[in-house]
Design a protein around this ligand. Structure first.
Ligand SMILES: N[C@@H](CCC(=O)N[C@@H](CS)C(=O)NCC(=O)O)C(=O)O
Length: 206
């Protein structure tokens, strides 16, 4: 069978949950990390399905869009619950995590320091709104997005992206008052396959 290869930057960003999921599923994969100085990426951009990363090559197919890949792996590893309501619950959680990231993006990616300062409060207020919503979703279900404390790909996605989201804020822990989110991250990170991945992964800056 063709080897499985994940191509993403030397970063956690929106690729880390795919590394978590592949590790959880016990898939041996090439964890190909492209330099963030973008020279290496510029050479490959035209050959990528949408000119962006992450891309997962698996069984002769090239999958793209970080959330689509997560959903695919979630289905494969039985991390989608029992029925269509559980599946849509995972999607709703994943889309809310994207809302949270997008709330921070205008601040995090602003290059002009003056403008960045002006954008900070609004970005953090919006982000904390989504953090509270996610915390509420978890509170309803004993600390998971799915009922009966069932692990899902959305749980894994959230656990994997938390450090990157904190990096986006400039270091402010927007999860400081979200104990359910903190507990879920600790639980996911302690899963044997994931803790093994974490112990061996390169130490990326963000
Ligand atoms: N909708 C895509 C967005 C992917 C995306 O924005 N990737 C960024 C890195 S996080 C990228 O490849 N940037 C380089 C570029 O767009 O040229 C997804 O969710 O995977």
């Amino acid at each position: 069978m063709a080897p499985v290869k994940l191509t993403y930057f030397k970063a956690t960003g929106i690729g880390e949950h795919i590394r978590y999921l592949l590790s959880y599923g016990g898939v041996e994969f090439e964890d190909f990390r492209v330099s963030t100085n973008m020279d290496e990426f510029a050479k490959m951009k035209d050959k990528l399905p949408l000119g962006q990363l992450p891309v997962l090559e698996i069984e002769g197919k090239k999958l793209f869009h970080a959330v689509s890949i997560a959903r695919f792996l979630g289905n494969r590893f039985n991390l989608v619950g029992d029925d269509e309501w559980d599946r849509v619950t995972c999607d709703l959680a994943a889309d809310t995590i994207t809302d949270l990231r997008m709330a921070l993006a205008p601040f995090a990616y602003e290059k002009n320091e003056e403008v960045k300062k002006q954008k900070r409060d609004e970005a953090l207020t919006k982000a904390k709104y989504f953090v509270d919503k996610l915390e509420g979703f978890l509170a309803k279900n004993g600390g998971h997005f799915l009922k009966d404390e069932k692990l899902s790909w959305a749980d894994i996605k959230l656990a994997a992206i938390i450090p990157y989201l904190i990096h986006m804020t400039g270091g402010e822990d927007i999860f400081a008052e979200a104990p359910k989110i903190k507990a879920l991250k600790a639980k996911v990170d302690a899963l044997p396959a994931i803790s093994k991945y974490l112990a061996n992964r390169p130490n990326e800056a963000f």
